[in-house]
Structures are given as C-alpha cells and as structure tokens.
Write a new protein. Sequence first.
Lengths: 234, 84
Amino acid sequence: MTDSAKSNLPGTGGDDDVSLIERVLGGDRRAFEPLVRRHERHVFRVTLAVLGNIEDAEEAMQDTFVKAFRHLDQFRQESRFTTWLTRIAVNEALQKRQAGKEFVSLDDSRDVPERAEEQFAPRRYEAWRADPEKLYGKQELRRIIEAAIQSLPLIYREAFVLRDIEEMSAEEAAEAIGITVGALKSRLLRARLMMREILAVSLEHPPTAAQKLMHTAQDMGMAIAMRMMKAAGK
Amino acid sequence: MAMMDCKQVLANLSDYVDGAVSNQVRKALEEHIARCRRCRVVLDTTRRTLSLVLDIEPFEVPLAVSARLYTRLQEVLSGDRGVS
C-alpha cells in the first residue's frame, strides 16, 4: 500500500491532518481547533500513561498542544502527525515528571534490559472462567482495566498504551518514545504479560448479584448524566 | 524449524499475537501450543486481555479537562505571536 493510500484510511489522520496543518501555517488559526479535537484523547492517554495522574496529565496535554501550535512549521511530514505529536507529549510529560521529583526510583528508570521477557515468567495458568464483559458493568470493567494499566511501571505502561490502546505501529511507538523497535517489543511483551496477570487476579472473584445490580445502576446513572449534559449543551 | 519450548513460545508470543512472525515461527509455535495447555492458556488469555482493553476504550478525557484545554488554546490562538 502506498503512503498516500494509507493516509486515506479512516482513523489514520492522514490527509485531513495535513490539510488542517497547511491551513494553520497559512494563517488560519481556527483550523488548529479541529486538529486538537482529532488528537485530544490520544494526547491525554499518552500524558496520563507517563504521569499516572489526571492533574499532571492535563497540564502536560495543554503544554503539548501549545508547543505543537508554536512549532507546527517544524513538522516535516516525514512521519505521521500523530507520531510527531506523541513525541512532544512524551517529552512534555517526562519533563514534568522529572521536575516533580528529586530522585528517579529504579521502577521508573527508562534503562531496561532489552530482553525483558527473560525476567518475567507467567505465574497463572488458569483459563478465564467466564466472559468479564458479562460479569461486570462497563464502568466497573473500565475502572478495573484503567487501574491495571496504571499499576504498570512507566516503561511498560507507555509501550502498552501506544501499541495496544492507541494502536500505533511498533515503529511509530518506538520513534515516539525514542527507543529501538527491539526494546519497544521487549517492553510490550512484558507489559502484555503483566496486564494478563493483573486482570486474572482482578477478575478472579466475580461480583455477587448485588454488586452486579449496583454496577448496572452506575452505568445507567452515567448514561443519564451524559445525556443530560448533552441536552444542556455542555 | 526445531520444536519450540515454552520459553521460546513466550519470547515470540507478542509478535505472534500481532501477526508479525514468519511462517516458520508461526508453525513451530502452533505445534507447541497444540500440545501444551499452559502455553495455550497464556496465549488465549493474553489475546482476551488485549481485546478487552480495546473494547472498553479506557481513559476518556474528563469534560472539565477538555473544556480547560480549549480555554487555554483560545488564549494562545488569540494572543500568541503564532507559529514561529
């Protein structure tokens, strides 16, 4: 598939990103807002993956878009806009992380053995008994999964978020983080195995009937709240 | 390719799930998991983990966070010197 053909695929952000960028560079600043809307969630997930809390992730997300706007003319279109933006987001988040602490713990070190899989062996070999999506309400399942992702050490969390949530290619994710593809793949393998173990533990004890009822009520409450906010134009 | 052991299966698991292994590796891995229950469970639950994570779409941007982002951008877009 040619690059131009690939950039026309839905969700790849190809031609539309480029045309919006050209409009901004041509002086139409309003074109920056739709560009932000397209990538807002992606950047938030990246900064949250690195920083681990919403307050810092929000600030890093804002700084990312401000920096992207001010340096938009430096985007060379050699890589996708998403990759360029992700690199800024990772750097902004890392700077914020470094500024917020005096020492870097071993857990946070970005220096990781390339063959990380040698240090992590599965401990659980039980098949999942039932479909988690049938056992839990959507909000509860989201909470369990988000907590599992947040519990991963930084280097594994960022690899996992870029590859398995944002669905970036291994090459794009490696470029955005600034590591080799081999290192990215090692981290991803370990991240996936860790996620599998964490979820197996979290999902081991299915909710009781009363808890399921509560989860359903929470989901309904969330859906109603979303509908009311939409109706109110917020 | 010679028979794979569990450690080799684990080392290739991620690439296999991504469909990024050679036919030779794929065949050797599938031959192993056909007779190794433990590796079969690890592969199946890893796939289910990834599918679950994708389906659930974690980490929505909170509405207030989004609103503050656009407020800040409005300030920057209207007052900034612009693209350097």
